[in-house]
Every structure is written in C-alpha cells, then in structure tokens.
Design a binder for this molecule. Structure first.
Ligand code: PHE
Length: 338
C-alpha cells in the first residue's frame, strides 16, 4: 500500500504540472481531491491494512494529501489572478475594418502619366526644387527684364552669392539633362513647382508639372503633335477632343498650347473651363536654339521638342473635384472619397 501511495503522489503532482487553466484545475480537483476522489479512496482502503502498518500508512497518506493540496492551492491562486487580467474576447464579434490608405490623387495621376510616357520610350529625370536664376530663367532664354522674374511671380530665396529661387516650372531640368546627356535624349521630368500666386479655386502657390524633352537629329513639330495626342488619348480616352493653339514661351519656337475638351462639363462650359468648354493641359514647342546652346548641344545638328503638363488640373478632371484647394487641405472626409 505504501507503494500505491507513492505512485498516486507522483501521478497527482505530475498532473498538476500540466494544468494551465481554471477548467483543468477543476478537472483535477474532481479526479483527486473530492470525497469520491482518488486520494480519499486510498484513505478508505486503510481499514483493510494490517494493524501494525496503519500508523505508517496514515502518516504517508497525510503527507500525500497535504503536498497535493498545497500545490493545488498555489496553482489556484495563480490561475485565478491570471483570469482577472486576461480581457475577455468575444471571438464571434464581426471584425472591425481598418481604413486603408491610398495614393493621393495628384500622385496617382502623376504615376499614370509617367507610366504612359515610359511606354512611349521616355526615361525619367529629376532636378532640384531650389534652382539658381541661371537654370530657371537665363539658360531658358528669358531676357533679364522678363516679367516672370518679377517678385510677384517668383519666390526668391535670400542668398548673398547667387540668385536662388523656388523653381517656377520644371523646364530648368531640361537644361540639367542636356548638360549631362548626349542626344538622342528622350526623357520626362516630373516635379513640384512654385509660383507666388493668389490662391483660388483654380490655382495654388505650389503645384506639379511633368516636363518632356526629345532631342535628336531632325525632330519635327509633327512628331511633337503626334506624341502628345497619342499620350493624351491613352490618358484621357480615345474620344476626348484636342486642339493646339499658338502660344509663346521664351524657350520654345514655335510654341503652342494643348487644350482638351472639358470633360467635367463635356464642352458646355463650367467654372473649371471658365465657360470656354476647353482646358489648357500643356505648353509645348520646338526647343529654342539658344536653349540647346545653353545645354551644350549644337543647334545646327540637333533639333528637339519640349512640353510641360500641369498635373493638378488633370487630377481635378479625373476626380471631379472642382476646387484645387481641396487637394491640399487634407480633410479626411474628402480624401476618403478618392
Ligand atoms: N514651362 C512652361 C510652363 O510652366 C511649360 C512648357 C514646357 C512650355 C515646355 C513649353 C515647353 O508653363
């Protein structure tokens, strides 16, 4: 019988080792500690033992009960404490949906434009937002007294050494590319530009452009038109209408502006197209010989075309947002819809 006591003691203590919840602990109690449990049944058996063995058996039985109860109580203390701190989880509740972020509509449009130009064989280049006056104006054939240099249009940065500005367009990157690459050059230059303008529904002091430049032998205006129309059809759909209007930029000659039929109002006239039914989406032209020279390219051998798209205007068309300021106020009620 002493063996039996020993075996039960080992068994009980071992069973307690793997108890890690209140439920298992209760199971243990029912198996070992209740009146009809395994420990009590050994006590009941004691009456059959030989008289002289009884004191020793009794002593061993008491040790068995005490040691098991002690471990049991310790464990109960620990597990009940744990139960209080574990929050109850209702696994049947439906999950909560997190808000997923998306790209800002301006960036989405920019990426799309870049991808279409990449398909057409253009590479991508970038230049600094803070430019010197030479790249932003002089090298682009702006005369020294050109009104764009006026304080009213350009943000100047105070500097003792040289004239520094926040670039007013992405065209200075053309010069940087020409200075660093040999023709043929076919690249686009996306980026942020800055103008000291009154802020209203159509214009901001900070916006985005994509510049394009193609330089090779015998590049023609017809190629410029063909490329821009191809691009615009991919970007805005085969059915949009386009027109080229003669225009002027110091860095291109001849120059033109590309208009698209307003697809907010379908050409009927609205706030965005200023009731004309047309929206100006790009400036373009043949690169002026003086600009090629400033870029270190011989205008007797090479010709080229350049263009510059505004991006916000296009993002407005695609999202139907008719006030450009909504893009930058970051009101989540607006952004969630985009
Ligand atoms: N830089 C011009 C602008 O900001 C756009 C342009 C780019 C025009 C290239 C002609 C050629 O309006």
């Amino acid at each position: 019988m002493l063996d039996e006591i020993q075996i039960l003691k080992e068994k009980a203590l071992k069973a307690l080792e793997s108890v890690d919840s209140i439920d298992l602990l209760e199971q243990f109690r029912l198996e070992f500690l209740v009146k009809k449990g395994k420990i009590q049944s050994l006590f009941d058996k004691m009456k059959d033992a030989a008289k002289e063995e009884k004191p020793l058996i009794g002593k061993e039985l008491n040790i068995l009960r005490r040691s098991v109860e002690e471990r049991f109580n310790e464990l109960r203390e620990r597990l009940s404490h744990q139960a209080e701190t574990v929050p109850t989880l209702d696994l049947t509740l439906p999950g909560r949906r997190d808000f997923r972020g998306t790209y800002h509509p301006v960036l989405q449009v920019m990426e799309r434009m870049v991808n279409i130009f990449k398909e057409l064989g253009f590479t991508v280049a970038e230049g600094p937002d803070i430019e010197d006056g030479y790249h932003n104006f002089d090298a682009l054939n702006f005369p020294p007294d050109h009104p764009a240099r006026d304080m009213q249009d350009t943000f100047f940065i105070e500097s003792d050494e040289q004239e520094l500005v926040l670039r007013t367009h992405t065209s200075p990157v053309q010069i940087r590319v020409m200075q660093n690459q040999k023709p043929p050059i076919r690249c686009i230059m996306p980026g942020r530009v800055y103008r000291n303008e009154a802020i209203n529904a159509r214009s901001l002091a900070e916006f985005h452009q994509i510049e394009g430049l193609y330089i090779d032998k015998k590049v023609s205006f017809a190629e410029l038109k063909g490329t821009l129309i191809k691009f615009s059809q991919k970007m805005y759909g085969e059915n949009s209408k386009f027109r080229f209007r003669p225009s002027f930029f110091p860095f291109t000659e001849p120059s033109a502006e590309l208009d698209i039929s307003c697809f907010l109002c379908g050409g009927e006239g609205c706030r965005i197209c200023k009731n004309t039914g047309w929206l100006e989406i790009a400036g373009c032209g043949m690169v002026h010989p003086n600009v090629l020279k400033a870029g270190g390219i011989d205008p007797e051998i090479y010709t080229g075309y350049a263009f510059g798209f505004g991006i916000e205007r296009v993002a407005m068309l695609r999202t139907g947002i008719d006030d450009i300021r909504l893009f930058y106020e970051n009101d989540v009620r607006v952004l969630r819809q985009l």
